[in-house]
Design a protein around this ligand. Structure first.
Ligand SMILES: NC(=O)c1ccc[n+]([C@@H]2O[C@H](COP(=O)([O-])OP(=O)(O)OC[C@H]3O[C@@H](n4cnc5c(N)ncnc54)[C@H](O)[C@@H]3O)[C@@H](O)[C@H]2O)c1
Ligand SMILES: O=CCCC(=O)O
Length: 517
């Protein structure tokens, strides 16, 4: 409590220092408008048709900034998921028969439509997810870059010729689409998480049943409207919407013998469940799961670069990305200067409704997310952490807002050290030596992203190799790129999305041996 009281005074001091740029916004009053209203869909998309649930059931999609309902969306059942799987299966020969160039052209047409409708797509993202409109526009561009990237990959699905071990035989390989793919994605990037899967699947010649996130289904459905306009054949892309029925829909996808591949982005616990459910049909799997990224600042770092990197990585989407820095380790020689400058950077944030001008950070997705964030902050305070800024709910803005927070004097026994917060809390831990911090960084069960800041080139090589993660940012807090092989190690899952590797997740290698040559 004492440290919170002090934090309040400190926050006020920082705020008054930066007041000219510090504004907060209450909820905007009128609902957002789309230029093309037909992009707002309440139905699911199966076999080229927009369908309601046979049961008539729906679920509400709410604006996390205001709590108001945007619309009701069809709550699909297992039976309807099975009809989507059937449609995808029937569309498979059409997609397989196309040349890579033809599939590339479909992706290009879709890419062009996304560009043309970028503003509406960004509006939908901000509306259902809450992130600031500028970030939502950035997400649309990022999401669309996967169409461009995999449109370029589709015509180049080359196999190999391999010299055989004995005489008279020749070996060559064919790369073939794996088949019907079940895609399950989360709410934090309503566009990019789904395009990162659909684009390589279509490029490879697969068909898909995408289960859109229950919290944010509207962006995925708008993308399906554009897929239809781009000329994707019926059944090639199916979008199943559900909230309450999500576990049943998920197991229908995992247990179906027709579905040959599951690609999932979400938490490690749900990933483990889906892996168990997929075991009986031995599916190909790609899992992009939870992270708990370490961000390390060595004494020899450039302080400004390190602070900018930490602010960008930690507070992107209000801390709700799987690659957000979660544990910030700072060497003792630079510790006090770093935490001061980090808190000063946070004081410049504008928290509010993502549609309001100048807002840099929006709400969290739902009440559960806020509870976890607050529990991590309270636990840190109880164990000796000192809140420099934030540390409280912003009930003045709405039910889902949490003040961006910096806590210093963090220790390894705190919850935030062991669990992904998935919210706007920067917990800063002091350390003394490189060996010590590498050990701390690698102590997590997960290993998705890791970051460090140092101007010593030999250290840069060494630490990049020592971190047990799938992706490392050296002197940068921003790593996301369609060109990057995105994925983790340990309990962050397996498989890579984007890059030259991403398409292989949707293909199989067939080896052909020709005898009597
Ligand atoms: N590695 C990555 O690329 C990546 C990206 C985004 C989020 N994540 C992780 O996701 C987590 C945050 O999202 P969350 O808490 O909503 O995760 P979550 O696993 O609870 O839900 C993610 C999505 O999975 C689906 N889902 C949930 N339960 C399911 C079930 N029983 N069967 C089938 N599908 C189910 C839902 O559509 C949901 O939107 C964090 O751990 C974060 O690190 C990872
Ligand atoms: O949240 C996970 C994905 C974030 C990204 O692709 O940058």
């Amino acid at each position: 409590m004492v440290s919170l009281v002090r934090a309040g005074a400190y926050t006020r001091a920082l705020r008054s220092k930066y007041l000219p740029s510090l504004r907060t916004y209450a909820s905007t009053s009128s609902p957002p408008k789309l230029k093309d209203k037909s992009l707002l869909k309440s139905e699911a998309y199966i076999n080229g048709k927009w369908v309601s649930a046979k049961s008539g059931e729906t679920f509400a999609v709410n604006d996390p900034a205001t709590g108001t309902k945007i619309t009701d969306v069809a709550e699909l059942s297992v039976e309807e998921t099975e009809s989507a799987i059937k449609a995808a299966h029937e569309a498979l020969p059409t997609m397989r028969k196309m040349t890579g160039r033809e599939r590339s052209n479909l992706l290009r047409a879709w890419h062009k439509l996304i560009q043309e409708n970028a503003e509406d797509l960004a509006t939908l993202i901000t509306w259902e997810n809450g992130k600031p409109l500028a970030d939502a526009k950035g997400e649309v561009a990022y999401a669309n870059s996967f169409f461009e990237w995999f449109a370029e990959e589709a015509p180049r699905l080359n196999g190999q010729t391999i010299p055989a071990s004995g005489p008279g035989r020749r070996i060559y390989t064919l790369r073939e689409p794996v088949g019907v793919c079940g895609l399950i994605t989360p709410w934090n990037f309503p566009a990019a998480m789904i395009t990162r899967k659909i684009a390589p699947a279509i490029a490879a010649g697969c068909t898909v049943v995408a289960k859109s996130p229950g919290e944010t289904p509207l962006t995925a459905s708008a993308l399906a409207v554009l897929a239809e306009r781009a000329g994707l054949p019926p059944g090639a892309i199916n979008v199943v919407t559900s909230l309450k029925n999500t576990p049943a829909v998920g197991s229908a996808l995992c247990e179906s013998p027709t579905v040959r591949k599951i690609s999932f982005t979400g938490s490690t616990n749900v990933g483990k469940l889906l892996m168990r459910q997929s075991a009986d049909t031995l599916k190909k799997l790609s899992f992009e799961l939870g992270g708990n990224a370490p961000l390390i600042v060595f004494d020899d770092a450039n302080l400004d670069t390190a602070v900018a990197g930490a602010l960008a990585s930690k507070f992107r989407s209000s801390g709700q990305t799987c690659v957000c820095a979660n544990r910030i380790y700072v060497q003792r020689g630079i510790y006090d200067a770093f935490v001061e400058q980090l808190a000063a950077g946070v004081a410049k944030f504008n928290v509010g409704n993502g549609f309001a001008d100048g807002v840099t950070h929006g709400p969290l997705i739902h009440a559960r997310a806020l509870e976890k964030v607050d529990a991590h902050v309270q636990d840190a305070i109880k164990k000796g952490g000192k809140v420099l800024i934030g540390g409280e709910r912003r009930t003045d803005l709405g039910d889902h807002f949490y003040a961006p927070t910096v806590v210093r004097d963090m220790t390894a026994d705190m919850q935030l050290a062991c669990e992904e917060t998935f919210g706007p809390v920067a917990g800063v831990f002091p350390f003394d030596t490189e060996d010590e911090v590498v050990k701390l960084a690698n102590a997590a069960e997960v290993g998705l992203a890791g970051y460090f800041f140092s101007e010593d080139v030999t250290r840069c090589w060494r630490v990049a190799e020592r971190l047990e993660v799938g992706m490392v940012g050296v002197n940068t807090g921003m790593i996301s790129d369609a060109a990057l092989p995105f994925g983790g190690v340990k309990e962050s899952g397996f498989g890579r999305e984007g890059s030259g590797l991403g398409i292989d997740e949707y293909m199989t290698w067939k080896a052909v041996t020709v005898g009597g040559v």
